[in-house]
Design a protein around this ligand. Structure first.
Ligand SMILES: [Zn+2]
Length: 382
């Protein structure tokens, strides 16, 4: 027991030091020691290990106060690369990035037919090409992170993507068998939450809401993403807000929040008033800017129904902050106070709202992060 405890503490110190370097680089050993509370000898030993592994390097960029320039530490971002895939309802996106999440390549495959097999064929030939072209580096491709707009169980098996009717697909095994690279599959909402958590470490409890073609949510409590018993604790989109609804939701239930609060719904409602249909949310935003009366009314309804859903989220989780990722809200940030008015004020006065600046990248970068964290974690545990 003693040995494994010592080993665990060592691994945890290695990650603490590495994470401090990554978030504060370039940074001196002395600062790492004072900020992490670890003594100088431990910091020196562990920094040397990361340097020997080609993952941290020394620079002399620090400002000098007359004497010799301090030696600073920074991450070697190009020591390895990772691939992230996002499977949404209409397209598959694939990115190649380095250990600092910097994009090297970004590809989009439209989903023209819904069947899994045909899309898997397109995806794997794209991956083959990408892997062949990856720049050379000490570690090569260290993982493939996959973000799924649907239900993923705790083993990473896709249980259901309702809009595509993909059920019980072990994409992790398929990709690992084919490419021999570790694969990590998770739900898009959970991954977006991980990505926001990394950017806002000051909050230990948060709800992240991504309002796009669907709604995806992420729940974080005590710094941990809540997955729940089967892995779909974050399915806030499918809370019933209208039990008299006659049209079924993609999930099979009736009257889910997502049926009233998504970009698709807004576009659909707008098209009921237009001779020339619009296809994108940007076109709708433009109509609001032009003061189109129908667009303004649809926007009002959107705000109201968004407020109802957020209030439900607050009552379930009572998080410290809600981070909204929505093109509509980003276009009209002055709407935030109006949303707050739609929420029961006496109880939720202290709730904080932030608008996410990650746009379409929150879940795919979260997927990349997941692979990167596992890579560092495994090295720290050696
Ligand atoms: Zn539903």
């Amino acid at each position: 027991v003693k040995i494994s405890q010592t080993k665990d503490i060592r691994a945890s110190n290695r990650l603490t030091i590495l994470n401090h370097i990554i978030s504060n680089q370039p940074v001196s050993r002395a600062e790492v020691s004072s900020k992490t509370g670890l003594n100088k000898a431990t910091v020196s030993t562990i920094v040397k290990e990361w340097i020997d592994m080609d993952l941290v390097t020394e620079t002399e960029l620090g400002d000098s106060t007359g004497g010799r320039k301090p030696i600073l530490l920074q991450q070697i971002a190009d020591a390895a690369y990772c691939i992230a895939i996002e499977i949404s309802v209409t397209k598959i996106r694939v990115i190649l990035c380095n250990l600092a999440n910097q994009l090297i390549q970004h590809e989009v495959l439209p989903i023209e037919e819904k069947g899994f097999t045909v899309n898997y064929c397109h995806l794997s030939s794209l991956l083959e090409k990408m892997i062949a072209q990856v720049p050379s580096s000490p570690y090569g491709i260290i993982g493939i992170g996959v973000s799924i707009w649907g239900v993923v169980d705790l083993d990473g098996v896709i249980r259901n993507i309702p809009q595509l009717q993909w059920r019980n697909i072990d994409l992790k095994k398929l990709l690992e068998d084919r490419f021999g690279i570790p694969v990590y599959v998770n739900n898009d909402g959970n991954l977006a939450a991980m990505c926001e958590m990394k950017r806002h470490p000051e909050y230990a409890d948060m709800v992240t809401l991504n309002i796009g073609d669907t709604i995806s949510a992420g729940l974080v409590a005590n710094g941990q993403v809540i997955h729940g018993f089967l892995g779909f604790a974050n399915a806030l989109a499918h809370h019933t807000i209208n039990f008299t609804e006659k049209t079924p939701c993609s999930c099979g239930k009736y009257g889910c929040w997502e049926q009233y609060c998504s970009n698709q719904v807004v576009i659909q409602k707008m098209n009921e008033h237009l001779d020339q249909p619009i296809h994108t949310i940007e076109e709708f935003i433009q109509l609001v800017r032009e003061e189109n009366p129908d667009a303004k009314e649809i926007l009002e309804d959107f705000i109201q129904v968004l407020g109802v859903g957020i209030a439900n989220a607050i009552f379930i989780l009572n998080s410290e902050v809600i981070i909204l990722n929505s093109k509509i809200i980003s276009a009209f940030p002055y709407l935030l106070p109006e949303i707050e008015n739609h929420i029961l004020l006496p109880i939720t006065q202290t709730q904080e709202f932030l608008i996410s600046d990650l746009g379409d990248y929150s879940s795919i970068l979260g997927a990349a992060d997941q692979a990167i964290q596992r890579f560092y974690g495994e090295l720290a545990n050696r």
